[in-house]
Design a protein around this ligand. Structure first.
Ligand SMILES: Cc1cc2nc3c(=O)[nH]c(=O)nc-3n(C[C@H](O)[C@H](O)[C@H](O)COP(=O)(O)OP(=O)(O)OC[C@H]3O[C@@H](n4cnc5c(N)ncnc54)[C@H](O)[C@@H]3O)c2cc1C
Length: 378
């Protein structure tokens, strides 16, 4: 019987743990934090509101296999995510940019997608091959919308100017020409766990082959007791930052209690100003997040910062236009290949920003591949 160590009780660790335990392996999951669920961890606060401790987590995916797999471990309810941007004049307009956003910014009264597209073509700059995020946006939506919705936000979020960012960072933000005011693409399934993410993780770990130890940080001497390790700790940390640090942006969360429980259909408001906050979440808008009616609700603002200024809490890998950190990660990957009994997994193990569905998908593929290789050599 092979004994497996899994570092990290987030999605990457939990999916590997479950597949290996289902295949008959004895799996020990450790996490240095006092809770399971990794960055998807949620709890109910003193206002009776469920909040996601590491920022709002909206489950959305086009991958039916992932949706079907995760639904085995909890009840999920449909949810349509909407975001508004607060403009300097106090208007709250739909984000991603749509027909109504364009009308609010330019004082126009377009009625059709064709009119909006024609207007954007008129204000766009002729840049055939955009070399960075600024050029990509200028070429697609022009200077006014770029400098209002993206320039201050990006500077606050990443600490970089748009010119220093890869176009890929903004390419994944959709652009609408009609009145659609939902955040995610139309072909995505959007859903939220009825009883929160922790309940889903409890179900994932509820297997006689899995034991979970919290408040337990990885150390290399643990490896002697196991035949293989799937590791979702930061790959540079494992190697003592021997080649240099892989930087991350982090977030400080500022919660506030507000009297009353107002009805609104968007949960997240983005700030377009140059202040320190990027966005605010009204948790009660998310389905089943008003767990107890206290007559109050909670709102949480996010203040981006360097991870060194937030207890080394790693949230978003830093992607620069010159790709220097991706290149550094590639060097760590070469080092990692010399560890025959270990595989790095997940967001920090592979230095990628991964949505929940992506990390589940990658983990299902990785665990199945590993199991197939064991069978082949048995
Ligand atoms: C602010 C924010 C908002 C997000 N919003 C969304 C969203 O709306 N929708 C979406 O799909 N995705 C969202 N995500 C992404 C989502 O959080 C990730 O997809 C998911 O957390 C990745 O899972 P993971 O297991 O790779 O990493 P994690 O969830 O980070 O889990 C890794 C675990 O490893 C543990 N660990 C690290 N080092 C050690 C060590 N040395 N010893 C022991 N344990 C260790 C950590 O404590 C952690 O619990 C968001 C992420 C952030 C940061």
């Amino acid at each position: 019987m092979k004994r497996i160590l899994i570092v990290g009780a987030g999605y990457a660790g939990a999916v590997h743990a479950r597949l290996l335990a289902d295949a008959g392996y004895k799996v020990h999951v450790i996490d240095k934090r006092p809770h399971i669920a990794g960055n998807a961890y949620d709890r109910v606060d003193e206002n009776g509101v469920r909040l996601h401790v590491y920022g709002p987590h909206l489950f959305h995916s086009k991958n039916k296999n992932v949706i079907g797999w995760i639904k085995q471990f909890g009840d999920f309810v449909p949810y349509t995510h909407k975001v508004r941007a607060l403009l300097p004049d106090g208007q709250e307009v739909p984000l991603p940019i749509n027909l109504d956003t364009v009308n609010a910014v330019f004082g126009t009264s377009f009625e059709t997608a064709e009119e909006v597209q024609a207007h954007l073509r008129k204000v766009s700059l002729p840049i055939a091959e955009p070399a960075n995020a600024a050029e990509y946006l200028y070429a697609n939506i022009g200077k006014d919308l770029t400098d209002l919705f993206f320039r201050p936000y990006t500077k606050k979020m990443w600490g970089f100017d748009l010119e220093d960012m890869e176009a890929a960072v903004v390419k994944r933000i959709p652009l609408r020409f009609d009145r659609t005011d939902t955040y995610f693409a139309d072909d995505e399934i959007q859903m939220m766990p009825r009883d929160g993410y922790v309940a889903v993780f409890e179900a994932l770990f509820a297997h006689p082959g899995i034991t979970v130890s919290l408040n337990t940080a990885f150390s290399k001497d643990m490896l002697a007791d196991y035949d293989f390790c799937f590791n979702s700790m930061p790959i540079d940390e494992y190697f003592g930052a021997a080649l240099g640090e892989l930087p991350y942006r982090s977030l400080r969360f500022h919660h506030r209690t507000v009297e009353g429980v107002p009805e609104q259909d968007w949960s997240v408001t983005n700030f377009t100003d140059t202040g320190k906050f990027t966005r605010e979440t009204a948790w009660h808008v998310l389905p089943h997040h008003l767990v107890e009616d206290t007559g109050r609700h909670t709102r949480t603002k996010e203040e981006p910062c360097d991870y060194r200024d937030n207890n080394m809490e790693r949230y978003y890998p830093v992607k620069t236009a010159d790709g220097r950190y991706v290149a550094l990660y590639e060097k760590y990957k070469v080092l990692a290949a010399s560890e025959p009994k270990m595989q790095f997994i997940g967001r920090c193990g592979t230095y990628q920003y991964l949505d929940m569905d992506q990390v589940i998908n990658q983990s299902l593929i990785s665990a199945e591949k590993w199991l197939a290789a064991q069978k082949a050599t048995a």
